[in-house]
Design a binder for this molecule. Structure first.
Ligand code: NAD
Length: 475
């Protein structure tokens, strides 16, 4: 398998369908409705030429809109050699289920360009991205009310800026144009907190699980995040930020892995030191403060409490699942566990907190960004000062009545009015906590549903089916 390419011995879309069918068996919807929910509505496979040096390269790319039961459609764009139609369809369908779980009013979509972005100069990548955007526009596959891309594996703020700039250039005067893509830099209509959002959401979801005494008892773990032994695979956007929030909350990061190697230190790794070393040396292969494994996949078998696969799909399979020691698998990546692996892991008593819920923090905050773009106003701008003044009056009244003075630090904490990032993080926290309990309620409320993924799919199917039924086609 090429480095950075997904394991395509497994049909990723086939896996998502298997998970869907398993959950659908616990619902009463007619087959036609379930078939419609499952199907990918629009699949756009494209080829376009790009001049690279003195030759022309034909680029293979995709955009899939899985469902328009709510519009716009929403989903990231991936740059990887592993991109193919099956993968993009799977990722688009997961987006539908994900948006439904966290009550983000979008249908699912996903895009991908089959390239290794490391092999191109910045200028070449810009031309590929802009041409891809134009191809999407030509077929009506992008627009603030149609389909709104975001970052995914191999892309980030830079690519989103190019997409925005291209779209705006072709749509002058369109007042909502900035809502055509999310994950933009703040200077170009992005929202504070989006970059960290997926990792922060992973942390919130697992923290919620670790605060349930019944579940921790079942797993033989103590309550809370502190002291939990965590392993993270992939130090990109999702992996790095997940590791950071676990680390800041007092977890011990015993293992980390990048594409070329894995690190293990039972006493704990210093995340800042690891990231600094990676930035300075370009690789962790010679990192001195840990045992280094040249096989990056070794991290999946490290002894730990929480394993966060945050790289690519199909990494935990029927082959390696028997050797996985983690008690909790926190799916930061999309589709890291195959159905065969899941069967084995569930039998071992492992909790798998599924991608479609756990990594939904990214799309949740993308939704906030889109709302910001449509409203043309920064969150907190209208009420921050008003809240601070009201709080100050309240605190001063209490001081006057009690005759007690509080410290300046206490005053600042009590009177602080929310900035944009406070509101975004709080909206994200609320979303992840409520969705966790929605899933848990279904899990605990049924004797037949035995795992979090099936419960999450049931929550999602109920919501999407409800939206389709309101169209009047189904009774
Ligand atoms: P990214 O490109 O920022 O980072 C991925 C990292 O994984 C890279 O550093 C890469 O070198 C590393 N990697 C690749 N193969 C590896 C391997 N075998 N072992 C260890 N490391 C490996 O991508 P990302 O945005 O963090 O996305 C990661 C996963 O999270 C994907 O499945 C993506 O679909 C999912 N996801 C991303 C977001 C988001 O907001 N970016 C949201 C939801 C889900």
């Amino acid at each position: 398998m090429k480095k950075g390419a997904a394991n395509h011995e497994y049909s990723f879309f086939g896996n998502v369908e298997r998970y869907f069918d398993k959950a659908a068996a616990h619902t009463q919807y007619p087959k036609g409705l379930l078939d419609q929910i499952k199907a990918c509505n629009s699949v756009y496979q494209m080829r376009f030429p790009i001049k690279i040096g003195d030759r022309v390269e034909v680029i293979e790319a995709y955009r899939v809109q899985h469902s328009q039961h709510k519009v716009p459609c929403k989903g990231g764009i991936r740059y990887s050699l592993g991109v193919n139609q099956d993968e993009v369809m799977a990722l688009a369908s997961l987006m539908t289920y994900k948006c439904a779980i966290v009550d983000v009013p979008f249908g699912g979509a996903k895009g991908g360009i089959k390239i290794d972005p490391k092999k191109y100069t910045e200028d070449q990548l810009e031309r590929i991205t802009r041409r891809y955007t134009v191809e999407l526009m030509k077929k009506g596959f992008i627009g603030p009310g149609i389909d709104v891309p975001a970052p995914d594996y191999g892309t980030g703020e830079r690519e989103m800026s190019w997409i925005l700039d291209t779209y705006v250039a072709f749509n002058p005067g369109q007042v909502e144009a900035y809502g055509c893509v999310t994950g933009k830099p703040v200077s170009q209509g992005g929202v504070r907190g989006r970059k960290e959002a997926t990792g922060r959401g992973v942390f919130f979801g697992i923290r919620e699980l670790c605060n349930v005494p019944e579940d921790m008892k079942a797993l033989g773990l103590t309550i809370g995040i502190e002291g939990k032994r965590v392993v993270v695979q992939g130090l990109g956007n999702v992996g790095y930020h997940s590791a950071l929030f676990f680390w800041e909350a007092g977890a011990t990061i015993v293992g980390l892995a990048e594409i070329d190697c894995a690190l293990y230190n039972a006493k704990g790794l210093d995340l800042n030191d690891v990231m600094k070393y990676k930035a300075e040396h370009g690789s962790l292969l010679t990192y001195p403060n840990a045992k280094v494994f040249k096989n990056a996949g070794a991290c999946l078998e490290f002894d730990c409490d929480i394993l966060v696969p945050a790289a690519l799909e199909n990494v935990i399979t029927g082959e390696n699942a028997p050797r996985v020691k983690a008690k909790i698998i926190a799916e930061g990546a999309n589709g890291p566990v195959t159905p065969d692996a899941e069967e084995i892991l569930l039998k071992k008593g492992c909790y798998i907190i599924p991608d479609m819920y756990l990594n939904a923090g990214g799309v949740t905050v993308s939704y906030f960004e889109w709302l910001k773009n449509l409203s043309h106003v920064r969150f907190g701008r209208m009420d921050k000062r008003f809240t601070e003044n009201s709080n100050l009056k309240f605190v001063s009244t209490i001081e006057r009545i009690t005759g007690q003075k509080i410290t300046d630090g206490e005053r600042e904490g009590l009177t602080h009015g929310p900035d944009e990032v406070d509101l975004v993080n709080s909206g994200l926290e609320e979303t992840m906590i409520s969705a966790f309990h929605d899933i848990r309620r279904v899990l605990k409320g049924s004797k037949k549903i035995k795992d979090h993924r099936t419960a999450a799919f049931v929550v999602s199917i109920n919501k999407v089916a409800g939206a389709y039924m309101s169209l009047g086609i189904w009774p």
